[in-house]
Design a protein around this ligand. Sequence first.
Ligand SMILES: *Cc1c(COP(=O)(O)O)cnc(C)c1O
Length: 489
Amino acid sequence: MNNRLYGNLIFELSHSGRRGYTLPKNEFGNYSLPAGSTRAEDAPLPECDEMTVVRHYTNHSENNFGVNNGFYPLGSCTMKYNPVINEDIAAHTSFSGLHPLQPVETVQGALELYYGLQKSLASLAGLSEFTLNPFAGAHGELTGLMIIRAYHEKHGDAKRTKVIVPDSAHGTNPASAAVCGLDVLEVKSTDKGLVDVDDLKALLEKEGENVAAMMMTNPNTLGLFEQQIPEIEKMVHACGGLMYYDGANLNPMLGASRPGDMGFDVMHINLHKTFSTPHGGGGPGSGPVGVRKGLEEFLPAPRVVKEGDKFRVDCDSNCNSIGAFFGNFAVIMRAYTYILTLGKENIKMVGPLATLNANYIKEELKDVYELPIDGLCKHEFVFDGLKDKSTGITTMDVAKRLLDYGYHAPTIYFPLLFHEAMMIEPTENESKETIDGFISILRKIAEEAKNEPETVKSAPHNTPIGRVDDVLAAKHPIVTYAQLVADNQ
Ligand SMILES: *Cc1c(COP(=O)(O)O)cnc(C)c1O
């Protein structure tokens, strides 16, 4: 590894007195900070020449794998290509140089774009209004649930403290409900992978008057369209609960159908998934929340409103709002750029192409990988490990072996409905050649599992770090560099 030559930490490369930068000559005289505001000693900063710094960070960056390196079929995460024009726009000094508290007369252009995205999302979702405040999908869920709670409180219905969540849901759904102080009622899935309407019926008979909302993901985390939504929506509304749409999987729905038309009251969208802004390793994200007509007063302030041909930041009119700030402006700019670049017509191609790619991979591989739920999927699908269970090769082994061939692994062991889950989402971006390459490698690994299982079991062989001990890593995590050095001595 290059890191051996160039060091793991920039601090290890430091030499006292070495400089890569000199400050310009001071033309303004000296200013002394007040006593008590200065350091007693110099800060312990690394001292390096410029070339050392450049090599150090370049080598570290090459240990990373992103969509710009190769195929990244991480199910549920929609690892979509972030077009370069998004970066050009977001980095433009007209936007990157703004301050969030600048006088509104000086930021009319930025407000116009902000307003434009609020409106575009409302139109794509079939809802009334959107807030762009939340910083992630999970943050959007929390915001949405707080909106729902504020709605019930306004109607003197504060005893509604339960949220129905399907057992196939993303872990953030029950977590957001818990953070919001609500209790989770789990509803089962049928063996077709869809919400079990009979189970829901029984749940509502018992708990209906305590239900604040039902959260649904559509298509769900198995990549399946929830075909009973009209019936489910009627049942929940009849009990006085609201319908929440987890829109993290909106990609295959773009231009095909809209949550508002399906009867949902509140939803979030992951701009960093469906609308191409880059994400990974925990950020950056943006999870705008939309509401149907009648719920606008609960949206958090500030919001951007249009009056005549001028834009204003509205902090006051939402008297029932739950409060936040502008959100992740650079991510918002990228998403809006993406929407405008595609335009009304082309954006309708996103869903069908993502769906086509996923179904193609599924059909090409289902003779060697176990497909627990057959039939048409949307933008992603789940295999339950290798079909031939006699090899002893697990989903973990297959995922590790994929790294050797230069692919990012799919999402594994999620959703929890299958023991050897392997969740594949190609997105609409990939060429047929890339997808065929991935298919042939997964077939090759299935062959290796039969003929040379040890190679697969001990993978990865070509990465900077081989197979880590998951259990040890979970039980005794090494969270500081000092600890790592001490442990290796
Ligand atoms: C990604 C995802 C979320 C959470 O979004 P974050 O931005 O990661 O917080 C919620 N639900 C589903 C179905 C998801 O795929």
